[in-house]
Design a binder for this molecule. Structure first.
Ligand code: FES
Length: 377
């Protein structure tokens, strides 16, 4: 591999490894962050490949491991991979829709050494959950959440928020309490992949955001000490961007199902990165030497207003994928930032989303499934 590391930036080891085991998923959520053309990636790493990747990343210093997808439960070797992760000393987390989980599998994963299961639920009512998931799954998800608790895992519930379910905030909180959640992640949709495609129909109004957040904050005080609530803020209504990935190539390493290594889950769409594959290079080489991982390290890449900004060490210019999706320029400042000359595109997106409410019947949500994905191949 040609060494792209310019030696002027100190490289810290990866700490968080996200293993996207598969793009296969029985659900069809229209806010999925997987690539639109996921159907074109047909190969998956073998069990031995994954074990090698886990070992190499751990050797470099990775400590947190997320098994995700698609739906990671569709991989029959999941317990084997969990066992390997435990032997290596990872803290491992299964990020799942719960669909396909059984009590037997929960026990099996516990015995293999899984630390943590995060179950996502799409809404507080069966009708809306099943509509958003594109699959009848509400009752099963609730059952899985109870089993997770019963078998002594921290009960982590995740609800992705958007215009279709944000009005259910009081009921979502009540559901989390009833299920005995130890942690509740209220994740406002981040507009990448399928969520970007469906943004006009998913982005709530500012008033909806503010009302939902106020309800969640008030509830947080009533459950202090029993349930922790993480409210992932909607960056379209902020005036500074998020420090995406804690800085490019500093902390997070994502491996896609086919073995492509990514500095963030959306980097696959960025042009010219030549993201390397773990079948061709070691994780060590990829992290230190690859073009993709060195692309936005440090601040040499920055244009104004980021270059001279006194907050650049705090947010690193924001999110490159968002800049690319919204402006076509991945070097631009994240347009969420009010200092960005292209900040107006955020207001345009908000305006477009408000008028789209009326047009929803003509342009319905595009669900994430292989038939729709093939339209983007
Ligand atoms: Fe790719 Fe933010 S998601 S840099």
């Amino acid at each position: 591999m040609a060494g792209y590391n310019n030696n002027s930036v100190k490289i810290t080891p990866p700490r968080w490894l996200l293993a996207e085991l598969t793009y296969a998923c029985p659900l069809q959520c229209p806010y999925c962050s997987n690539p639109l053309d996921y159907a074109s990636y047909k190969t998956e790493l073998s069990t031995d490949d994954w074990k090698r990747v886990l070992s190499q990343a751990r050797q470099m210093g990775a400590v947190q491991l997320g098994f995700s997808g698609g739906e990671p439960l569709t991989r029959q070797d999941l317990p084997d991979l969990v066992k390997h992760a435990r032997e290596l000393g990872y803290y491992s987390n299964l990020i799942t829709s719960g669909y396909g989980m059984t009590e037997e599998k929960i026990v099996q994963l516990k015995e293999a050494g899984l630390d943590h299961i995060q179950v996502s639920i799409q809404a507080s009512s069966q009708e809306l959950n099943d509509h958003i998931a594109g699959t009848a799954s509400f009752a099963h998800k609730q059952e899985v959440a109870r089993l997770v608790k019963k078998h002594g895992y921290p009960m982590v519930l995740c609800v992705v928020l958007h215009r279709e379910n944000i009005h259910q905030m009081p009921e979502i909180l009540a559901m989390a309490k009833e299920l005995g959640a130890d942690y509740l992640e209220l994740a406002n949709t981040q507009y990448y992949g399928w969520a970007h495609l469906n943004r006009d129909l998913l982005l709530p109004t500012k008033a909806q955001f503010e009302q939902a957040e106020a309800i969640a904050q008030a509830f947080k005080e009533t459950v202090a000490g029993t349930m922790k609530i993480y409210y992932v803020v909607p960056d379209f209504y902020e005036d500074r961007p998020k420090a995406c990935m804690n800085g490019w190539g500093t902390t997070f390493l994502t491996i896609a199902p086919d073995g492509v290594a990514l500095p963030c889950h959306s980097a696959r769409q960025l042009p010219g990165l030549d993201c390397p594959n773990v079948n061709d290079f070691s994780v060590q080489e990829i992290w230190h030497e690859s073009k993709a991982f060195n692309f936005f390290r440090g601040d040499d890449w920055m244009q104004e207003p980021c270059r001279s900004c006194d907050e650049k060490a705090k947010d690193f210019g924001g999110c490159h994928c968002q800049a690319y999706l919204l402006t076509g320029d991945m070097y631009a400042a994240d347009p969420v930032c009010s200092k960005s000359p292209q900040h107006g595109v955020i207001q345009e997106a908000i305006d477009a989303a408000q008028t789209a409410t009326v047009a929803a019947e003509e342009k319905p949500l595009v669900f994430r499934n292989s038939k729709n994905s093939k339209l983007f191949v």
